[in-house]
Design a protein around this ligand. Sequence first.
Ligand SMILES: Nc1nc2c(ncn2[C@@H]2O[C@H](COP(=O)(O)OP(=O)(O)OP(=O)(O)O)[C@@H](O)[C@H]2O)c(=O)[nH]1
Ligand SMILES: [Mg+2]
Length: 329
Amino acid sequence: MPANLPPQYYEAERRCREAKDPQEKLKILHEMYAIMPKHKGTDKLQADVKSKISKLNKEIQQKKKTSRRGDQYSVDREGAACVVLIGPPNAGKSHILTSLTHATPEVAAYPYTTTKPLSGMMRFENIQIQLVDTPPIALEFMESWLAGIIRGADIVCLVVDLGSDAMLEEIAAVVQKLQEYKIVLEQKEGETNPLDGIAHKKTIIIGNKIDLPISEINLDLLKESNTQKFTIFVLSAKERTNIEEFKRFIYDSLGILRVYTKTPGKKAGFEDPVILKIGSTLLEAARAIHKDFAHNLKYARIWGEGVYDGQMVQKDFVLKDGQVVEFHI
Ligand SMILES: Nc1nc2c(ncn2[C@@H]2O[C@H](COP(=O)(O)OP(=O)(O)OP(=O)(O)O)[C@@H](O)[C@H]2O)c(=O)[nH]1
Ligand SMILES: [Mg+2]
């Protein structure tokens, strides 16, 4: 039986031959596998490409173990908070980034498309939240520098493919792989123990591709297997289902609040809030602005929810979202 390969396949094969970077080669091999029609005539070729993929995967991992060189990536924090999108190959992490920010990562129908982190800013009301798209995590493969980015994030969004037959296995693989890097995904944020270095990261499961018919069954499976009681948020990056709702959901999950500063006799500016953890005091707000400022702080006047206009409060006053603060030093 003839293979009847489409021209794109030969094109990809050529690029693969010419590619020098093993990561790039791996990406093209996955692309070739996706393009290839799956029938008897291509059985041998399918097996061939698969074995090339697995060989290259091993080589890449081996190289990483033996040399400390190789690309290392990190992310500069920006905005009010940093949210990292992680997950198995092809779950739609990059697509989610494009649907919420102006960033333009490559989105493709084959796995291992993303090879380095890319961040974009997601606007929610008057703040910007940083979203970071990352390469996939699977049992046989994870970029080691990704661990550092996950450790530094305020929240982890574990993006899962509700259209995948292997969804639960894919999730288990991510959890297991991260444990090798001393990262434990949890429902709530926990302290990193300085003795064992294990990071406990607050994690939300994002069930993507809710537009696909099989997603309903997978969502039930996901809920049943959710022994850790992760919050599950479903959306479709493609159809933009729940995309707007996602912004508020993330804001609420971050456990942050916004306060606005004003100088005596002037109006408050509402464009540039001070971002604080829920439960922060007036003194902590002053510290977030400048440490000398906190040092010299005497009291403040407050406007907003739960106080009367211009109420005088002391350093231990616990602030609420939306309040206006007039510091007195
Ligand atoms: N039906 C459907 N397809 C989607 C959705 N989101 C993403 N996809 C498709 O899923 C495929 C993978 O999307 P990507 O965003 O590249 O996935 P990824 O998680 O970044 O993949 P890697 O970079 O390989 O880890 C693409 O073909 C997307 O068009 C969705 O909500 N619904
Ligand atoms: Mg991607």
